[in-house]
Write a protein that binds this ligand. Structure first.
Ligand code: PLP
Length: 384
């Protein structure tokens, strides 16, 4: 394996995409050009400022927004927190009501919890069995005192793509800004239109970890929920990570360009997994929307198997996959996404193919999975 090839059997792109070589090269170059304080008035500082603004322009171009609408943050999570809390803060005179979907990422839900603790109110809009919100139901949750609405572009656990543009039209009609958490789709597909605030995360497209982007469209009201700081247009406090921003921008441009060909290839591999699974493994349920979904991701649940045991077994067999319902040390309950969908939460496995995933690896995965499941069921005394 060359140093920056995708590792064999790595099927967890939704957690983190392996680093894109274009991002790595750009990041290393920017360690030379982007170390000085971009706010200062001497040569090295001007170079850092130009380098940072070049990265901003590159991200803006790929995302289809204006450079002055883009800020770099310390993670996707931080971008989400700033978008949600800053969006709410700017509209407190209108009201303190927040609308979120039930299947948002924990970063959105935790920001909503903080808002509630602070005296605000939250309405959670449910989803159907495919994990999709109904735009009419979402619209019905909007009230005269709604300060902000949140809807992800696509779900991180099951890949279901949300009807963002339809929901955005309802939000526009009622004057409510819409925040879109686009961490799972940015770089893979064009962004939907109509939103006011957006967050994304560089390590999901092969950029460096610890870099996110916050996009605030022109004429959107936003007020920082944090102490004042001059950096990043007063939107993100702290000294800028210029090399990280440059690596993120270069990786995004390269990744997005490659997805024109790579996207359909990964989609065909996922289609094969979706089609063959029910014939290979008894009592398996493929979850998520069968059509309106992220092309590189498939999630399934195996009845009578503990998710964690299956992930460990697959790791032993050389596959890195993850599960929404694993009971890790800090999440002793099943996935809120699967629960909201009303589907099986047992033995849940999420396969998300990174760029360059090999067909031979997918075939090997399908070859070993049935016996891995059968073994775990036998050890639990189930002869399925
Ligand atoms: C939908 C979604 N939003 C936000 C995040 C947070 O991004 P980060 O890992 O950069 O903090 C993630 C990462 O898992 C995600 O999947």
């Amino acid at each position: 394996m060359a140093r920056f090839d995708t590792p064999d059997g790595y099927f967890d792109a939704a957690s983190s995409e392996p680093p894109h070589p274009a991002g790595r090269t750009a990041l290393l170059d920017a360690l030379e050009t982007g170390w000085a304080d971009p706010a200062r008035l001497y040569g090295a500082a001007r170079t850092a400022r130009l380098t940072l603004d070049g990265a901003r322009a590159q991200v803006a171009e790929v995302l289809g927004v204006r450079p002055d609408e883009v800020s770099f943050t310390g993670s996707g999570t931080q971008a989400v927190h700033l978008a949600v809390l800053g969006g709410l803060r700017a509209r407190w005179r209108t009201g303190r009501h927040l609308v979120v979907s039930a299947v948002e990422h924990s970063s959105v839900l935790h920001a909503a919890e903080l808002h509630e603790l602070d005296g605000g109110t939250v309405t959670t809009v449910g989803v159907d069995r495919a994990g999709r919100v109904d735009p009419a139901e979402f619209a019905a949750a909007l009230r005269p005192d709604t300060a902000l609405a949140c809807l992800q572009s696509a779900n991180h656990e099951v890949g279901t793509v949300q009807p963002v543009e339809e929901v955005a039209a309802h939000c526009r009609a009622t004057g409510v800004p819409l925040f879109v958490d686009a961490a799972q789709s940015a770089g893979r597909a064009d962004l939907p239109g109509g939103w006011s605030l957006l967050a994304a995360s560089a390590h999901k497209w092969g950029g460096p970890p610890g870099v996110g982007t916050l996009v605030i469209r022109k004429n959107t009201r936003w007020r920082s929920p944090l102490p004042a700081d001059e950096r990043e247009g007063r939107r993100v406090p702290g000294f800028e990570n210029v090399p990280g921003a440059v690596g993120a921008a270069a990786a995004l441009a390269a990744f997005r360009a490659e997805m024109a060909e790579e996207g359909p290839r990964l989609a065909a591999l996922v289609e094969e997994i979706r089609a063959r699974l029910p014939h290979l493994v008894p009592d398996v349920q493929v979850v998520g929307d069968p059509v309106r979904r992220l092309p590189h991701l498939v999630t399934f649940s195996c009845l009578y198997v503990a998710g964690e045991a299956l992930l460990t077994e697959l790791d032993r067999l050389g596959f890195a996959v993850s599960s929404g319902s694993s009971c890790t040390a800090d999440t002793l309950r099943p996935s809120h996404v699967l629960e909201a969908m009303g589907v099986i939460t047992h033995g849940n496995v999420r396969v998300s193919l990174p760029r360059g995933a090999k067909s031979t690896d997918v075939q090997r995965f399908l070859a070993v999975l049935p016996e891995a499941v059968a073994r775990l069921r036998r050890s639990a005394g189930i002869n399925a």
